[in-house]
Design a protein around this ligand. Sequence first.
Ligand SMILES: NC(=O)c1ccc[n+]([C@@H]2O[C@H](COP(=O)([O-])OP(=O)(O)OC[C@H]3O[C@@H](n4cnc5c(N)ncnc54)[C@H](O)[C@@H]3O)[C@@H](O)[C@H]2O)c1
Length: 309
Amino acid sequence: MGRFKVTVVGAGNVGATAAQRIADAELADVVMIDILEGIPQGKGLDILEGCPISRSDVRFIGTNDYKETKDSDVVVITAGIARKPGMSRDDLLKTNYDIVKGVTEQVVKHSPKSILIVVSNPLDAMVQTAFKVSRFPKERVMGMAGVLDSARMRTFIAMELGVSVDNVHAFVLGGHGDDMVPLPRYSTVAGIPLPDLMSKEVIDRIVERTRKGGGEIVGYLKTGSAYYAPSAAILEMVDAILKDKKKILPCAAYLEGEYGINGLYMGVPVKLGSSGIEQIVEISLTNDERAALQKSAAAVQELVEKIGV
Ligand SMILES: NC(=O)c1ccc[n+]([C@@H]2O[C@H](COP(=O)([O-])OP(=O)(O)OC[C@H]3O[C@@H](n4cnc5c(N)ncnc54)[C@H](O)[C@@H]3O)[C@@H](O)[C@H]2O)c1
């Protein structure tokens, strides 16, 4: 039996940090690929040289050649440009569409059986691009956003209450944009729903900070966007797939009628296992929550139409 193989496309902040986390966790052999010459090779060697200390025996290759990515089990697409201050995720649309399209064509050619996790923004439109271009079954194409958005919300809840993050579950649905739909009713601390623990004002403040969580980091960094928490979220998804954990996580999944949405990628709870998205979990929503999800879907639909996918 061989080891699993994960390709990370894009050796920038998110890609390299995710690749490092996967290698450190000894989850799989890792190939990191970028168009920049020398960057994946240099960062890759650097990460590999840390593996004796993290006691990980994985192979790690940094390359510009898709041949090295052949027969990957999972491919994480982080290639693209990131937000700069004043830019919305949607501003990235056209540039990243061309990049994700080209990358997906290469991935299909070299790893036709892989599971794709798209990270590039604007997330929901980019995962829809990868789905349409790859022609892979919908189970094998998903987007990372909900795990990150929920982790941000969990962080803020734990900070507010002074409790362990371990006790906190948070639920965020919808697109990975300013219209994302955090669901306090389904967010719990040691099983207790949030509205039983906090006033509406405090919950509203946490929801707002979660929605703007990415922008808050961009505001500090000025030259790029978040990557430590995003790469941790990628690791959790790759781990759930390779270990066939059947873990329920919020991911961007292709909806065909679920939640009243058809033919569009949206962040919803899914069961992640070795086949990819093994089930879309439908939860009941109030009228307000459903309306918020529809609004988020409309924003994604608009982007998807602009790029014609
Ligand atoms: N989904 C999320 O929750 C989430 C979170 C954080 C960042 N992002 C997105 O992830 C992407 C990457 O962010 P980052 O901070 O790593 O950016 P970055 O600029 O640090 O890295 C991007 C890398 O992609 C490479 N690249 C560009 N075109 C390529 C191509 N055709 N093939 C291979 N590589 C290519 C660049 O050379 C660069 O090294 C951005 O689009 C960002 O908005 C998404």
